[in-house]
Design a protein around this ligand. Structure first.
Ligand code: GDP
Ligand code: GDP
Length: 444
């Protein structure tokens, strides 16, 4: 069983605190003998940031914000620290941990972030290993927390009392529903190694309102981040992490293209990241074909723009080059960004929302056919080999992916240029100018 198998809302308990206070030790202690997951799914152990557990007989979710730090590089470490502060709002209960032997400046920084959530925070003074240490807990009352308990995570002191205290503080009738189950827009970030995928993922998920969590069941192979922008919940799939881990042992090209195909299917809009200094690669082209084949939205994201932005007319030059090399993606918006400097993010997200909107758009058949009559009036269908061609009518058969069907008197030799003309008109007049769509011919 994995976390996503249940729709029941469980209380979310978040453990926060600076490194080395004993969060993981407590996390393990709570999970070890009372695991809700009895059959150990490989990987769904310490790596997952969120675990089901049973505390004093009740099922809860425990979020260990420090769980990643052992596994990740320094860059990710910082992000996690920041994330651990962002998950506070979603928590039903916050366990804030300190080391009874040492209060540091870092602790104080955490306390500042916790101020708005004091009412649902339990201060845990850890490493109270002996009775003689117990009076030291009282030093912490000056910090302003209403709920305080002293424990020893490593030696198991006062754990039962801790669990009772936890349950007494959770308002089971008013649990916070999780917002991140149903994203409004699913984003996949693709591009060749070093294009800046991880940097962009971090820039996006490091926004306010964001949370990074592994997809349940897949453990930390694919990390997904959620964030909100203009009221829409975005989900980002970070596939770069996998590639990095496996880079040494696997054929990068094969691996990333296959992985890319999978994440295209799982997304609404693909951000195809291109290093402005490198330009387009063969791999980008393969990916582009897949995107078009699957009828997904795509944005050509020109990254590392900070290196070029001072050069006059550079954007025009880059744009021209891409349009020339990438005719198959002639519809795709081109957006320059600097993932590193966090520049261009608004334009990127606004564009993603526009693309999404166009993908979901549907035009009523009568309106479409009125327009068609005008287009045909304006530019009549040419004769081919002495044959007359007629369009009976047109209809949009689907959205997301967007598809039209053109019913004609004869399919054979129907002038392709004329289909292109119709396509252009649809693009312009009905605002399908940022997405791929197809027009199929049918004889009637
Ligand atoms: P985290 O970074 O907050 O997750 O902290 P860890 O759980 O990794 O613990 C940091 C160190 O403190 C480890 O060496 C633990 O063994 C130790 N530790 C954890 N809990 C206790 C405790 O109750 N008493 C003592 N003396 N050491 C502890
Ligand atoms: P990935 O392999 O696609 O995930 O690429 P990374 O995110 O690891 O980035 C590769 C390198 O490019 C790193 O050294 C980044 O710091 C750098 N980088 C990423 N985005 C930018 C950017 O906008 N500007 C500049 N100058 N460097 C960047």
């Amino acid at each position: 069983m994995t976390i996503s198998d249940t729709n029941k809302i469980l209380p979310r308990i978040v453990i926060v605190g600076r490194p080395n206070v004993g969060k993981s030790t407590l996390f393990n202690r709570i999970l070890k003998k009372r695991r809700a997951i009895t059959d150990p799914t490989p990987g769904v152990t310490r790596d997952a940031i969120e675990e089901k557990a049973i505390i004093a007989g009740r099922e809860v979710l425990i979020v260990d914000t420090g769980g990643y730090k052992v596994e990740r590089d320094d860059q990710f470490d910082e992000l996690v620290a920041q994330k651990s502060l962002n998950v506070l709002g979603d928590a039903d209960l916050i366990l804030f941990m300190l080391d009874v032997n040492e209060l540091s400046g870092e602790d104080e920084a955490y306390i500042e972030h916790l101020r708005p959530h004091m009412g649902k925070t339990l201060l845990i003074a850890n490493k109270v290993d002996h009775v003689e240490k117990e009076p030291e807990i009282y030093n912490f009352y000056t910090l302003g927390f209403e709920h305080i308990i002293g424990i020893s995570a490593a030696h198991g002191r006062n754990i039962q009392e801790l669990e009772d205290k936890i349950l007494s503080m959770i308002d089971f009738d008013n649990l916070k529903a999780r917002e991140d189950h149903e994203p409004d827009i699913r984003i996949a970030i693709l591009g060749k190694p070093n294009a800046g995928k991880s940097t962009l993922t971090n820039a996006l998920t490091g926004r306010e309102d964001s949370i990074v969590s592994p997809i349940a069941g897949t453990t930390r192979d694919v990390v997904q981040g959620h964030f909100k922008y203009k009221g829409q919940v975005f989900r980002v799939l970070d596939t770069a992490g996998i590639r990095k881990k496996k880079r040494v042992v696997e054929d990068v090209e094969y691996y990333s293209v296959n992985r890319a195909i999978k994440s295209i299917s799982q997304s609404d809009v693909v951000l195809l990241l291109i290093d402005v200094e490198e330009g387009l690669s063969e791999q980008d082209k393969k990916i582009a074909h897949q995107i078009v084949k699957k009828g997904k939205g795509v944005i050509l994201v020109v990254n590392k723009w900070d290196l070029k932005k001072d050069i006059k007319n550079e954007f025009k030059a880059v744009e021209d080059r891409m349009r020339f090399l990438f005719p198959i993606l002639d519809f795709a918006p081109i957006v320059p960004i600097s993932a590193l400097k966090n520049e261009g993010m608004k334009e990127l997200l606004n564009t993603a929302l526009q693309v999404r909107k166009q993908m979901k758009q549907r035009v009523d058949t009568p309106i479409l056919n009125d327009a068609l009559a005008e287009w045909v009036d304006y530019t009549p269908i040419p004769m081919v080999k002495g044959k007359n061609f007629k369009i009976r009518y047109i209809t949009q058969v689907s959205s997301d992916p967007v598809q039209f069907v053109l019913f004609v008197n004869r399919e054979k030799n129907f002038p392709e240029s004329y289909v292109r003309y119709i396509k252009n008109q649809i693009k312009k007049e009905f605002n399908f100018n940022k997405i791929p769509f197809s027009i199929d011919l049918k004889e009637r």
